[in-house]
Design a binder for this molecule. Structure first.
Ligand code: IMP
Length: 429
C-alpha cells in the first residue's frame, strides 16, 4: 500500500503546497485531517496561482478531495473558497469533493472570541490567524459543538444551540459583549446548510472503499509539528495535533493507513505569530532571507520572522512524527550567502542541550550553538537533478540530513511543480 502523509516539520509555511500538489497529481484521493482555514497553501501550476486555505490541494487537479472529521470547518469560508476557485476554472462537485459529516463547525461566535481574547492579551497574545480555530476546537472537546450533520436537523437544533450560546454568553459578558443573537445565528446556518450538505457524508466509509480499491491516498497536514498543541511551543501553538498520527484519527482510517510520512522542511527557519524562536535573526541576514524567500503569510499577509536552520528542532519533529523522509524546500533562498549557519545544539544556563525543552521559559532562553559552512554563489533555482547543484549546496543538504537523522527524499528548487530533485519516491517506497 502506497499512501503518503505530508506534515510540516517546523512552524508551518515550509512550502507544503507545492509538494502536496506535486504528490496530489499522482494520488487518487487527498485528505485534510486537522486545522481549518488558518492554513495557507499556494499552488503555482503553469504560471497560474491558486491560494487554498481549507480545501485539500488535490481539488485543483480534480483529484478526489476530502475534508476529514479532524478539521474545523467554517462553512462561509468554504463557500468563498469554492466560488473563488470556480472563477479560476476549477470544477468542484460532490463527485470530487466530500466533507466529513461529523466535522465540527467554526461559527461567527468563534471568530469573535478569538479576536476578543487576542486583543485582551495585548503583548502576550498568541498571534493567531483570527479564524476562530482555537474556540471551535474548545467547543468540540467541550462536547457542545454544532457539526456538519446538525445542518440537516436545524429544526431540532434549539437545545444544542442554547447550550452552546449559554457558554459563549458567559465568556462574552467577560469582554463586555452582548449575548449571542441566536435567531441571527440560526438564520445564517439555515442559509448556508444546503451548500455544505451537498458534500457531507461519512467519509470514513468513502475512504474505506477507496482504500479497498487499492487507491493511493495522500494525507495533507496543515501548520507544522512545532505548532502541535502537545508537542509544539505551548502555549504559542495552534489548537490541533499537527503530527502525522492525526492523519488516522482525523480522517477515520487506522494508523496502518498513513504510509510514508514525508516531513516538509524549509532550508532555513520561519515563524509567524508570537513564541520562542532560538535561531531568529534580527539583522541583515534575517531581512535577506525574508526578502529572497517572500516570507509573508498567505492567510494574514503578516511578515514572517526568519532565522537559520535549526537542526535540533527538525530532528525532534522528525522523531515525534515518525518521519520516513523529508522534502527540503527553498534551498535557492540561501544562494549567494558567503556563509550559512546551522544550529546543532543549545546552551541553557551553561548546560548543553541536544533537544528543545518543554517549559516555555526554557524555550525562550536557549541559545543556539552554530556550525558555520561555506555558502555558494551559483544559483540552485530550478535545478532538477543533484548534478545541477553547486558542491557547497550539496554539502549543506548532506549535513542537514546527517544532523536531523532522517533521509532527504526530495529537494524543491522553485515554486514550479517540476523543479524538484527526487531521491526517493514516497509513493513507491
Ligand atoms: P491559530 O491556528 O489561528 O489559532 O493560530 C495559532 C498559531 O499558529 C499562531 O502562531 C499562528 O500564526 C500559527 N499558524 C496557524 N496556522 C498557520 C499556518 O498555516 N502556517 C503558519 N503558522 C500558522
Amino acid at each position: 500500500m502506497a499512501n503518503v502523509t505530508v506534515i510540516g516539520a517546523q512552524w508551518g509555511d515550509e512550502g507544503k503546497g507545492k509538494i502536496v500538489d506535486w504528490l496530489a497529481s499522482r494520488a487518487d484521493a487527498v485528505v485534510r485531517f486537522q486545522g481549518g482555514h488558518n492554513a495557507g497553501h499556494t499552488l503555482v501550476i503553469d504560471g497560474n496561482v491558486f491560494k487554498l486555505s481549507l480545501l485539500p490541494s488535490g481539488i485543483v487537479s480534480g483529484t478526489l478531495s476530502i475534508i476529514g472529521n479532524g478539521v474545523v470547518l467554517d462553512p462561509w469560508a468554504l463557500k468563498g473558497e469554492i466560488e473563488k476557485l470556480e472563477s479560476q476554472g476549477v470544477t468542484i462537485t460532490d463527485d470530487n469533493f466530500a466533507i466529513a459529516d461529523n466535522c465540527p463547525l467554526i461559527l461567527p461566535i468563534h471568530r469573535d472570541l478569538d479576536g476578543l481574547r487576542e486583543t485582551a492579551a495585548g503583548s502576550g497574545k498568541i498571534g493567531t490567524t483570527g479564524r476562530g480555530i482555537g474556540p471551535a476546537y474548545e467547543d468540540k472537546v467541550g462536547r457542545r459543538a454544532i457539526r456538519v450533520c446538525d445542518l440537516a436537523h436545524l429544526d431540532t437544533l434549539e437545545p444544542q444551540l442554547d447550550r452552546l450560546c449559554a457558554h459563549h454568553d458567559a465568556l462574552r459578558a467577560g469582554f463586555d459583549q452582548p449575548p449571542v443573537d441566536r435567531e441571527a445565528l440560526l438564520a445564517e446556518l439555515k442559509e448556508i446548510a444546503p451548500f455544505v450538505l451537498r458534500f457531507a457524508q461519512p467519509v470514513w466509509k468513502r475512504l474505506k472503499k477507496v482504500r479497498k480499491a487499492g487507491a493511493k491516498i495522500l494525507f495533507e497536514g496543515a501548520q507544522g509539528v512545532l505548532l502541535d498543541v502537545d508537542h509544539g511551543t505551548y502555549p504559542f501553538v495552534t489548537s490541533s495535533n499537527t503530527v502525522s498520527g492525526t492523519a488516522a484519527s482525523g480522517s477515520g482510517l487506522g494508523p496502518n493507513s498513513t504510509g510514508f510520512v514525508l516531513g516538509i522542511v524549509k532550508a532555513y527557519t520561519t515563524r509567524v505569530g508570537s513564541g520562542p524562536f532560538p535561531t531568529e535573526l534580527d539583522d541583515a541576514d534575517g531581512q535577506r532571507l525574508g526578502e529572497r524567500g517572500h516570507e509573508f503569510g498567505t492567510v494574514t499577509g503578516r511578515q514572517r520572522r526568519c532565522g537559520w536552520f535549526d537542526a535540533v528542532l527538525v530532528r525532534q519533529s522528525c522523531a515525534i512524527s515518525g518521519v520516513t523522509g523529508v522534502a527540503l524546500t527553498k534551498v535557492d533562498v540561501l544562494d549567494g550567502f558567503d556563509t550559512v549557519k546551522i544550529c546543532t545544539g543549545y546552551r541553557l544556563r551553561g548546560k548543553i542541550m541536544d533537544y528543545f525543552p518543554s517549559h516555555a521559559a526554557d524555550q525562550a532562553e536557549v541559545e543556539p550553538i552554530y556550525e558555520e559552512m561555506e555558502g555558494w554563489s551559483e544559483s540552485t533555482a530550478g535545478a532538477r537533478s543533484y548534478a545541477d547543484l553547486p558542491a557547497n549546496a550539496i554539502k549543506y543538504i548532506q549535513r542537514v540530513q546527517e544532523l536531523i537523522e532522517t533521509p532527504v527524499a526530495l529537494v524543491s528548487t522553485s515554486p514550479e511543480r517540476d523543479d524538484t530533485i527526487l531521491m526517493r519516491d514516497p509513493f513507491v517506497d
